[in-house]
Ligand binder design. Sequence first.
Ligand SMILES: [Zn+2]
Ligand SMILES: [Zn+2]
Length: 197
Amino acid sequence: MDCSKVGKLILALRQEKGMTQKALADAMNISDRTISKWERGNGCPDVSLLRELSDILGVKIEKLLAGDLEPNETDGGNMKKVKFYVCPECGNILCCTGDSEIACCGRTLAPLTARPEDSEHAICVEEIEDDFYVTMQHEMSKQHYITFAAYVTYDRVLLVKLYPEQPAEIRFPKMHGGALYVCCSEHGLIRKMKSKK
Ligand SMILES: [Zn+2]
Ligand SMILES: [Zn+2]
C-alpha cells in the first residue's frame, strides 16, 4: 500500500463529501488525529477500518487501497457505443454508454456481444406510416423468447421489453440511421444493420 497515495485519495473523497476530518473521525469512532495522519501519508488505515471507510467515502475497498479511482475515459456520450447487460438471475436489463462495472444479484455482468441475424433470428423491418414495424418469426415461449428489442441512434436508445406469449413484433418511431438489436433469452443479442434511412 502506498500510504501517500491512499492518503491523498482519502483527503479528496472526504472533501468531496463535504466532511471535516472530525466528522469522518466521529463517523468511524476514531480520533481525528488518525485521519490527519492518513491524509498526510504517515500511515495507512488499518484493515479492520477499511470496510467502514469505503462505505462512508462511497468507493470500493480495492480502489481505496490502490489510492487511485482510475476513472473511465470520458466518452462523447455517443449512444451508438451503448452496451447491454442482462442479469441471468433476475432478468434485469441495463444499458450503459461507457465502460462500467455493472453488477446485479451479487454478480458482475459482462456486456452482451451482438452477432448478426441468422435464419432462426431473422429480423423483418417494414415501414408503416411514421414507424418501423419490426417482426420476427421466433417462438415466444417462457423457455425461449425475445426478451427485448432496442433501436439505437447516436443520441437515443429506445428499448422495448417483450414477454412470453405475446407476438414478437415492435413498432419504433422512424429515426435517422441507427442500429436495431433484439435479445433472445437463449441465443443472446442479435444486431440488424439498417440499410435505409
Ligand atoms: Zn439481477
Ligand atoms: Zn432464439
